[in-house]
Write a protein that binds this ligand. Structure first.
Ligand SMILES: Nc1ncnc2c1ncn2[C@@H]1O[C@H](COP(=O)(O)OP(=O)(O)OP(=O)(O)O)[C@@H](O)[C@H]1O
Ligand SMILES: [Mg+2]
Length: 256
């Protein structure tokens, strides 16, 4: 288990994991923390959202684990000096992700990788595939902190108990893993359903398990995503940016 690792996980897909990972990482780095954003999702979405220069080669975890590249070579530079990114790598372009899964779930591989990164960074943010499959379990076994984005829509209520149970199973094997909290995402101010879900989640979970700030759904997040940049950098005055920066501040204090 590596103390500086924050895993972004959720049972459900499309809830804002990648958006959260990318923006928290950028927010940490903007505060001067040496940050590495790691993408263990074979979908490989991080590389399109973190502001890598277009057309640059993006070797990543696969190339490192097969020994084709040194760690230094796969820690890609981003527009922020303090932020490096380790993308999934060539595997993300292939249809079959089984090899990637086999590679990263091999015993000790992620522990060693995170350990090596921890020697160079203050914090490691890990974006994961949806669900609690093999890759996510391995990540959680090797992490000290987990954050669960929860989209403010009715289905969130059904999937929350599942992820909490899954996390409890993993905490049984990794006592050092702390659930930093559930983060309500894509909150729609003017949508009564969104408000009801947020209210219900807050009422049914322990208070310290849900972050005070919700991340609102804003056009700026969509625009930033289309432009391939974190919204906290592209549009710092946006309400979603404000929420991510505030949450990064809370996490930074807690993880000290
Ligand atoms: N605060 C927000 N405001 C507007 N759109 C958002 C917001 N957060 C996320 N989105 C959009 O919702 C979609 C899903 O978000 P994202 O890709 O971060 O989810 P994910 O959990 O990583 O998905 P997957 O499970 O497929 O990896 C994306 O199109 C993203 O741009
Ligand atoms: Mg994602």
């Amino acid at each position: 288990m590596v103390g500086k690792v924050l895993a972004i996980v959720s049972q459900k897909g499309g809830v804002g994991k990648t958006t959260t990972a990318v923006n928290l990482a950028a927010a940490f780095a903007r505060r001067g923390m040496r940050t590495v954003l790691v993408d263990v999702d074979p979908q490989g979405s991080v590389r399109y959202g973190i502001g890598l220069r277009q057309g640059t080669p993006t070797p990543g975890i696969t190339e490192y684990l097969t020994g084709e590249r040194a760690l230094q070579e796969v820690l890609l530079a981003t527009p922020l000096a303090a932020l490096k990114v380790l993308v999934a790598g060539g595997i993300a372009d292939q249809g079959d992700h089984l090899d990637f899964q086999r590679q990263v779930t091999a015993p000790g591989v992620l522990d060693e990788l995170f350990g090596d990164l921890a020697a160079r960074a203050d914090i490691i943010v890990v974006d994961t595939p949806p669900g609690l499959g093999g890759i996510v379990r391995r990540v959680l076994e090797a992490s000290a902190h987990a954050l669960v984005p929860l989209q403010c829509e009715p289905l969130a209520l059904q999937t929350t108990p599942q992820i909490l149970r899954g996390l409890q199973d993993i905490v049984a094997t990794n006592e050092a893993l702390a659930l930093e909290g559930m983060l309500l995402t894509m909150y729609e101010q003017d949508n009564p359903m969104s408000a009801r879900v947020a209210e219900y989640v807050r009422a049914s979970l322990p208070e310290d398990l849900v972050f005070d700030r919700e991340v609102p759904r804003t056009p700026a997040v969509v625009e930033a995503s289309a432009a391939g940049q974190p919204v906290v950098l592209r549009d710092p005055d946006d309400a979603a940016s404000g929420a991510y920066v505030a949450i990064a501040g809370v996490l930074r204090e807690r993880m000290r």
